[in-house]
Structures are given as C-alpha cells and as structure tokens.
Design a protein around this ligand. Structure first.
Ligand code: DQA
Length: 164
C-alpha cells in the first residue's frame, strides 16, 4: 500500500525521522554549537509537531550509514515523509543520497546548526539535491519546522496540488 493509499485508508501518514552519527551525544556534544537539549528532547518535540499535524512519527538513530540506507529502503511505499539529520554523512554519503533519490515520498533535510556558516567542508550537502527542502540553523526549533514542512508537503501532494 502506498503512503497516499494508507492515508486514504484512515491510518495517519508516517513521518520517519532519521538521525545520523554522533547525534546521540546531543546535550553533551559541543553545546556551544548544538545546544543542551538531548536527542530524546528533539525527538519528543518532533513527535508533538507530528501529532499536531496528524502524522505518526517514527525515529531511528544510527552511527552506521548502512542502517540509515536500509531504513530509507524500508520506508519506500509505507512512509509519507522522511526528515533526515544525517550529521556528517550529509556531507559525504552518496549511498544515502541514492537511497533518498529512490524514495517516493517527501524528504526534508535538517540541521541544528547552519552548516553554511561553519567550516568550508560543511557547506556542501550531498543530500540537498534529493531533498524537497532544508531546515538549518534554528536549533531545536528546526525539528518542529521540518516536521511541519513535511506535513504540509504530504497534504499538498495527496491533494494533487501542482508543485507538491
Ligand atoms: C549537523 C551539522 C553537520 O555538519 C555535523 O556533522 C553534525 C550535525 C547539525 O545538525 O547541525 O553532526 O547535521
């Protein structure tokens, strides 16, 4: 059953939040850059935003590129949107790029910090070309904004609105 069919059948569309390497250290990791909230805090915030938007949130954090790629494969046909903060893999993982390119739903790239304002190597995201859009630089608020953007795009796509 496609994500749109599932929606029509009455189940809440699913948004999958993917968290890449080192994000499990949030709260303790470079708080001057990433803040003091933990990943659990951000997931709870995303979960509340999803519930407000009529979506069901699922979350996976992994240090391993292969786990994230497999999660994107598994999402095909069942998940309406993926919100992905891939950590440093955002700048290097062509495997994740290719997996997301083969995903049929909405993709929102997410960063707590603003990579464009940091070291030059962070300025290129290899995921950006296969994302519908990127939310970056808003700290924990970004988790809400990314889920809300994903929900809006899912709704528009299910209604068949042009550009969605
Ligand atoms: C990050 C930015 C990445 O450059 C970095 O490698 C991370 C976190 C962010 O959320 O700001 O691990 O994705």
């Amino acid at each position: 059953m496609s994500a749109a069919e599932k929606d029509r059948a009455g189940g809440a569309p699913v948004v999958l939040l993917l968290s890449g390497p080192n994000l499990g250290l949030l709260g303790a990791r470079q708080p001057e850059i990433y803040g003091t909230a933990t990943l659990a805090d951000h997931v709870a915030r995303a979960d509340r935003a999803a519930a407000r938007s009529g979506l069901e949130l699922k979350h996976l954090q992994s240090e391993h590129e292969a786990d994230l790629v497999a999660a994107v494969h598994d999402a095909r046909g069942t998940v309406a949107a993926i919100v992905v903060n891939a950590g440093a893999l955002s700048h290097s993982s062509w495997a994740l790029h290719d997996a997301l390119a083969a995903f049929d739903g909405i993709v929102v790239e997410l960063h707590l910090s603003n990579p464009d304002a940091r070291e030059p190597w962070r300025r290129r995201s290899v995921l950006a070309p296969v994302a519908d859009g990127t939310v970056a630089g808003f700290g924990g608020l970004g988790y809400e904004l990314a889920v809300e953007a994903a929900a809006r795009l899912v709704t528009d796509r299910n209604r068949g609105l042009p550009g969605a």
